[in-house]
Ligand binder design. Structure first.
Ligand code: NAD
Length: 429
């Protein structure tokens, strides 16, 4: 193949090219230019391979029928079946789903998983729907996308406002339609129907492994580095629990209702018991209440945004007082803030590395399902640690060798692996 050095190509108009998607494309363009990626390969990576939009009519509890819009986007399938979550949110749109599908491609390639990237979503307000309505919506959506999903094609998993129960409904609907039980059509399902031990904790555990590696690599001194965590759901609370067990000092945490701070360290096991009773972190004994914006600006060694996207912005980045940011959430740092932090000596460990523990154990779940042979929780955790450590070493070594910031180093590794596979497979016909 003739290799033509990459330059940012002309920008054709495609329906998925929202502001969100253009940002992801610009990141790819930047790294393609930096690594001298073949221009034709670069162009092929800039768009989703396949995008499906479906109408999802649902009988509501009051007897009326409401039609929702659903999406499933497969960005790439060069390395294996597409893999990615399914989210229910009013802001879901083709651009957002396509952006997240592209990030899944880079994440899976970076982690060395035999998957391409996908994402799905339904535009809805799940908090205003009953369990019955959610079940009927999930089942109808599954039947509308059934031709493009499957254990060898595309494997959904939970994301925002979807969970193990959602995956069980998808698995059941798919299985009934093909006439036999197919657990491996989804991951993140309950253990009783083929889920993996350790999957529920995997993202938070992966974040904790990543923090440990980053603190050692970036030489953050002291026996118990201090940590602030925004978001205390699945990712945030489990990262806190495991980092506390590793000997880190968790000084601040928050949820949607607000945050708490204690510079001397928060007793995480007691806080977890408190939340079970009170449903929020605010008011926990021995801590001071802080707002979510104040929380991000607390002095600490490690800041872990583990709630929503776009939390660290050009406006608040200059106020951060951490040494490193480890992205538990997807896309918590806006591009402008990311550059500002880099230029001002605050390292950002990117989401495609830091929160990849979830998809890694999803891969283990898929493998166990295909083999019909299940692993112990400690086997799962040991293998997760190996893969997270290997990926962290690769990214941090790339930073040292090239001077790239971790986000671009991670992207470069992911894009290189994919480009190499595409080059070897060639172009059909
Ligand atoms: P979750 O719903 O379990 O928890 C979200 C937490 O964020 C809750 O504590 C909630 O109270 C808090 N929150 C919501 N709005 C907030 C606000 N405005 N300010 C502060 N806190 C707020 O979700 P999760 O599964 O922990 O996911 C968190 C993030 O991690 C998301 O960006 C998700 O896409 C990403 N992620 C999750 C996984 C996974 O396996 N769960 C994997 C990869 C990435």
């Amino acid at each position: 193949m003739v290799s033509v050095k990459s330059a940012p190509p002309e920008r054709p108009t495609m329906e998925c090219q929202t502001e969100h998607f253009l940002m992801a494309q610009r990141q790819l363009d930047e790294i393609a230019l930096e690594m001298g990626l073949d221009m034709e390969l670069h162009e092929r990576l800039r768009y989703p391979k396949r995008a499906l939009i479906v109408a999802v009519p649902v009988r509501m509890d009051d007897g009326t029928v409401k039609t929702f819009t659903g999406y499933r986007v497969q960005h790439d399938t060069t390395l294996g079946p597409a893999k990615g979550g399914l989210r229910y949110h009013p802001e879901v749109n083709l651009g957002e789903v396509s952006t997240l599908a592209m990030l899944m491609t880079w994440k899976c390639a970076l982690m060395g998983l035999p998957y391409g990237g996908a994402k799905g979503g339904i535009k809805c307000e799940p908090w205003n729907m009953s369990v019955g309505e959610l079940e009927r919506m999930t089942r109808r959506y599954t039947s509308e996308i059934i031709n493009i999903i499957g254990p060898d094609k595309d494997i959904p998993a939970p994301d925002m406002y979807t969970n193990e129960q959602t995956m069980a409904w998808i698995m059941d609907t798919y299985s009934i339609n093909v006439g036999h039980t197919v657990p491996s059509v989804v991951t993140g399902k309950p253990v009783s129907i083929g889920g993996s031990l350790g999957r529920h904790e995997a993202t938070g555990r992966g974040v904790a492994f990543c923090v440990k590696k980053a603190v050692a690599h970036f030489k953050i001194a002291g026996p118990s580095p201090s940590v602030v965590i925004q978001g205390f759901g699945n990712v945030g609370s489990i990262s806190a629990k495991i980092l506390h067990e590793f000997g880190f000092k968790i000084v601040g945490v928050s949820d949607v209702f607000g945050g708490i701070y204690n510079p001397g360290g928060i007793d995480i096991p007691r806080l977890l018991a408190y939340i079970t009773e009170m449903g929020k972190v605010a008011g926990f004994a021995g801590t001071t209440n802080v707002s979510n914006s104040e929380l991000l600006e607390l002095p600490c060694d490690v800041l872990i945004p583990a709630a929503l996207g776009n939390q660290i912005t050009a406006k608040n980045a200059p106020n951060l007082r951490c040494k490193i940011v480890v992205e538990g959430a997807n896309g918590p740092t806006e591009p402008e803030a990311d550059l500002w932090l880099h230029k001002n000596g605050i390292t950002v460990v990117p989401d495609i590395l830091a929160n990849a523990g979830g998809v890694t154990v999803s891969y283990f779940e898929w493998v166990q399902g295909m083999m019909h042979l299940f692993w112990t929780e400690s086997e799962v955790n040991t293998r997760l640690e190996e893969i997270m450590n290997r990926a962290c070493d690769q990214v941090f070594d790339m930073c040292t060798k090239t001077g790239l910031r971790p986000r671009m180093a991670a992207l470069r590794i992911g894009v290189s692996k994919l480009a190499e596979a595409k080059r070897l497979r060639g172009l059909y016909p």
